[in-house]
Design a binder for this molecule. Sequence first.
Ligand code: ADP
Length: 216
Amino acid sequence: MNIILFGPPGSGKGTQADNIVKNFNSYKISTGDLLRVEMKKNTDLGKEIKTKIDRGSLVSDDIINNLIVKILSNMKNINGLIFDGYPRNWNQAKSLDSLIKKYNQKISCVLCLNIDIETIIKRVLGRLICTKCGLTFNKYFNPPKKEEHNCRLNYLKVRSDDSKKTIKNRIEIYNNNTLPILDYYEDQKILHKIDATGEVNKIYDEIRGIITSLET
Ligand code: ADP
């Protein structure tokens, strides 16, 4: 089964994608993570990506499409994919459709995480990423505990795009470019809306219920 995780910045897509991967036989494709890997290489492409991300703008569809094609063409079995943060506009939704068809696959389920703007801002401004192990924490909601996370504290960093200035642009782009493609998935009757304001585990219970019901 292939799943799209949809939701504004800070809605918990990455956290829930990791939960799904832990419990179901699946593989996460996060365009944000793929872009950050390119960014770190500090190549011309990496620099171009950084400029866009730090402004809170979308990276070009060509760059995104190339990353997705590269990863899908290197996979032996294209099934059990969790798309996190992709597609983000109409062009990307169409590209994904044709790619997935090429591999005789389909999108079975789109999970949309809904959350209010005040919570988004608190979550994004409190987010901390461990640059060593990649886990995500939050200063306010989910501070790293010694029992669960034993990397040194100085590995914890704030993402360069998690700033007051950038978040407004990211929310605006989500509302203008990304939200409209939900209708497309609603028409296909594969859209599930989830309240993403509560506890991580409770939200995941709902997600697990939906996936399990689709599997049987
Ligand atoms: P969030 O969804 O919380 O903003 P991500 O890590 O998914 O965080 O994305 C960070 C940034 O990477 C986005 O603000 C955007 O600049 C860029 N990005 C990620 N995915 C895409 C995509 N599919 N298309 C264009 N840009 C993207």
